[in-house]
Design a binder for this molecule. Structure first.
Ligand code: ATP
Ligand code: MG
Length: 451
């Protein structure tokens, strides 16, 4: 993309309404614009990051054997009356009447809708196990929408639902989700710690929230600092193997890590004092096992091996895709702007032309641009007729991890400059070497096609 042809409405001033860094930076970097309280338009740069996160989520869901689909945002109230949640959900649910006076709602989550699909089409234990998921907008009429996309009213969530014959099978599904979530967050450059949590309106006994540690997080968390040394890394896990998935769950949940809702002072105090941490975290996902809470009242049964009808065991699993954009920025920024992790950056590298209009500099930038594209990379070329300082400030603000600076002086010696946004370190090298270096850096991060 050439910046002169892009739509990147960066702001010079710090918006007064934004209280935390991610909100400020998303507004300043021209990623979002508030449409009304807690509801945002995603401008091109923000939309690009959102799409990248969605893509990672899809890839990791597919890897775990889960099946993508799409359910609508508007739902019929009748389904929610069947589960008993229409009255329970309270003021967070946006209730709408259609022209025929029928009660509708904008889905805050989808347990009822998916259970209805399941009961209409699945009748035998032979069709299990089954995990369906989608990435769709949700609406919750939060009392206090704030922090930009972190606590919006309309927000994008991946929600998945598993259907299993037995409790044991459903617990394997739970563990499999935990594993796939660990991998998902690490690919986004985040450490998200699974913590024992409270199940809230979803219900059920087993639940973990995934929290990114950040001072601006809304959740109070208590944990053993040893947990922060754990990395999922590049493990090759067989998602169909219950023992392997359980081992990962045990490894990542054996240390004390809880949100304030489930915090247990006595257990916490049993941790050696130097490892006790009280901090704040951003909830970026949650997994639940709730057994037959929905399948029983809604009649989602299958014929078991002995011919008897039994309600299926279920769980649901959510990732806050739009909140993650903010969470990543909270975890990765400095006073000059955002610092995108390579896995989610909207463009792989910026090209800054120090002397726009200089035939040699222009030609070198064009050649670099084409060479990067040929390697499957997406550069953002600042081809505007602006001073270098302004171009650097924009690149720093929007946070591309790498910048290539091209100017007449370097070109005389056959070199350009490759700069890391994270460390600020620069290195001179021939343009071909810079292209090669970037291709290597991004080799593990290029998106595959999602089916
Ligand atoms: P919270 O406690 O933050 O209100 P929740 O526990 O009600 O969230 P879940 O039902 O677990 O939310 O939804 C799954 C994920 O969706 C959450 O982990 C979070 O990342 C995201 N999410 C929930 N509410 C919002 C919101 N208002 N704005 C943006 N993302 C949200
Ligand atoms: Mg939650």
């Amino acid at each position: 993309m050439r910046l002169s042809r892009y739509f990147l409405p960066v702001l010079k001033e710090t918006p007064a309404e934004a209280q935390i860094a991610s909100h400020r930076l998303m507004l300043r970097a021209g990623m979002i614009k508030q449409a009304s309280a807690g509801i945002y338009s995603w401008l091109p740069l923000g939309f690009k990051v959102l799409r990248k996160l969605e893509n990672i989520v899809h890839e990791e869901q597919l890897r775990a054997g889960h099946i993508p689909m799409l359910m609508p945002t508007l739902q019929s109230a009748d389904l929610w009356r069947e589960s008993g949640r229409y009255d329970d959900y309270g003021a967070e649910m946006l209730r709408i009447k259609d022209r025929h006076g029928r009660d509708m709602l904008y889905g805050p989550t989808n347990e009822e809708l998916i259970t209805d699909i399941f009961r209409a089409h699945v009748g035998s234990y032979k069709d299990l196990p089954l995990t369906l998921y989608h990435i769709q907008w949700k609406f919750r009429d939060e009392v206090r929408p704030r922090f930009g996309v972190m606590r919006g009213r309309e927000f994008l969530m991946k929600d998945g639902y598993n259907f299993d014959l037995t409790r044991e099978d459903a617990l394997h599904s739970y563990n499999r989700h935990l594993v796939s979530y660990l991998r998902t967050y690490e690919r986004m450059g985040l450490q998200a710690i699974p913590m024992r949590a409270d199940s809230g309106p979803i219900g059920g006994d087993d639940t973990h929230e995934f929290l990114v540690l950040a001072d601006t997080g809304e959740s109070e968390v208590f944990y053993d600092s040893a947990i922060t040394d754990l990395r999922f890394g590049d493990r090759d896990i067989d998602y169909d193997d219950p023992a392997q998935c359980r081992a990962v769950l045990e490894e990542f949940t054996s240390r004390y890590a809880r949100t304030d809702e489930t915090h247990d002072e006595a257990l916490f105090n049993a941790i050696p004092e130097e490892r006790r941490r009280v901090a704040r975290g951003i909830e970026v996902g949650q997994i639940f096992y709730f057994g037959t809470k929905y399948s029983e009242p809604m009649g989602a049964t299958v014929q078991g091996p002995d011919g008897k009808q039994v309600p299926v065991h279920m769980g649901s699993h959510g990732i806050g895709v739009s909140r993650l954009v903010g969470a990543i920025i909270e975890a990765s920024h400095d006073e000059r702007g955002i610092i995108w992790p390579e896995g989610v950056t909207p463009f792989h590298a910026g090209i800054v032309n120090l002397k726009q209009g200089d035939p040699q500099a222009d030609a070198a930038c064009e050649a670099l641009y084409r060479a990067l594209v040929a390697r499957g990379l997406e550069p953002l070329y600042d081809d505007r007729d602006e001073r270098a300082g302004g171009k650097f400030a924009t690149m720093d603000l929007i946070g591309l991890p790498w910048r290539i600076t091209v100017g007449p002086r370097g070109l005389k010696n056959g070199v350009v400059e490759l700069t890391s946004r994270r460390t600020g370190e620069s290195e001179e090298m021939p343009p071909e070497t810079a292209v090669e270096r970037l291709a290597q850096i991004y080799a593990g991060h290029l998106a595959r096609i999602v089916s």
